[in-house]
Write a protein that binds this ligand. Structure first.
Ligand SMILES: [Zn+2]
Ligand SMILES: [Zn+2]
Length: 353
């Protein structure tokens, strides 16, 4: 044991001449988990094979600090080949765990080894996800500055150890300790207190994720427009306005989302073409693309079979129309939240008319 009763450890650790000891395939292979980040898989792989993550860098011929987060961003071909050969996990599966070529690259949290108050760290986590994992692991989506809560658990993400305020540094773990224990103080991150995020902010977060996803799929210049507006969220929210979103701690970004959730999304949709603005407004007002599609389908269903009721569209001021629509949808969402079901579409379909 490591001597610390709070942390599991092992008496034997192979550090030297690992290649000679375990030539051929490494003794243990570890299957990648859904949306797992490469560095997370590497830390689990190292511990499973009896070598501390910090020493595993040497096995891969790497010596830099933050060696595994660097591989998340750029995985050299020979390292990908070595990993595939030694584990039997296909090279394309290994490559898919990286963030290289990620369409959302502009929103990635910067690699940062130090933690200053209110500044971002390189990685976030959901304590409840870690607590419910059979093998706790870090997700690719937690690397994005546009993510501040867990869609599965509805709680805020964290970017620090609540006990010592250090960032995640599993790459620097010198003992055989799983990655959900703080490297600095040994705190079990699964036990971190729940961070709350207002429901309206979580709806905005989901809408922004959808807008970025939809516009990324289109692959047009509008993609960079949406991303640059998201990066400027602190300015729009007047929260730490000198900084871009990627530079703020998760706590500060949660404040940004909560501030902007209380305002109409002009900051996201002004000065662009009518169709683009309308789409963004609708996604934000509905609280996500899926909800919007569901409401639209319900609207069509309700109005099918009565073509004679069709009237010519009234001439209306676009901004006033959007504002009125946004108000109706927000009130609808508030009622749905009160009932404990923010995705409910019942009762809202009439607001589409
Ligand atoms: Zn979670
Ligand atoms: Zn700690």
């Amino acid at each position: 044991m490591t001597g610390d009763a709070a942390r599991p450890g092992f008496a034997i650790e192979i550090r030297e001449r690992y290649g000679a000891v375990a030539n051929g395939r490494w003794p243990v292979s570890v299957d990648p988990l859904p949306d797992e980040l490469l560095s997370s898989w590497l830390h689990r792989l190292a511990v499973a094979n009896g070598i501390a993550p910090r020493s595993f860098a040497g096995v891969l011929g790497l010596g830099e600090r933050m060696w595994s987060p660097r591989l998340d961003l750029r995985l050299p071909r020979h390292v990908a080949g070595l990993l595939a050969d030694q584990t039997g996990v296909p090279q394309e599966v290994v490559g898919a765990m990286t963030m290289s070529g990620c369409a959302m690259a502009a929103l990635l949290l910067p690699l940062r080894d130090s933690t200053h108050r209110n500044r971002s760290t390189w990685m976030q986590y959901c304590p409840q996800c870690l607590a419910t994992d059979d093998a706790p692991y870090f997700r690719r989506q937690w690397r994005l500055a546009s993510r501040v809560s867990c869609f599965a658990h509805g709680c805020g993400l964290r970017d620090r150890c609540p006990a010592c305020r250090a960032g995640i540094a599993a790459f620097d773990q010198g003992e055989l300790v799983p990655q959900h224990f703080c490297v600095l103080c040994g705190f079990d991150l699964r036990a971190a207190p729940k961070a709350s995020v207002k429901a309206a902010a979580r709806r905005l977060e989901r809408a922004i994720a959808d807008i970025c996803r939809v516009e990324t799929a289109k692959g047009s210049a509008k993609t960079s427009d949406a991303f640059s507006r998201v990066l400027r969220m602190p300015v729009a929210a007047d929260v730490r306005s000198g900084r871009t979103l990627t530079n703020l701690s998760t706590t500060a970004r949660i404040r940004c989302f909560e501030a902007l959730a209380a305002k109409p999304p002009d900051w996201l949709a002004n000065d662009i073409d009518c169709a683009g603005a309308y789409r963004r407004w609708m996604i934000v007002a509905a609280g996500g693309h899926k909800v919007l599609i569901a409401r639209f389908a319900k609207f069509l269903e309700t109005h099918q079979g009565s073509p004679r009721r069709k009237r010519p569209p009234p001439v209306a001021d676009r901004s006033a129309l959007f504002t009125a629509y946004f108000g109706v949808m927000q009130r609808g969402n508030a009622r749905a939240s009160t009932r404990g079901n923010c995705n409910s579409i019942a009762g809202h379909s009439k607001s589409m008319s």
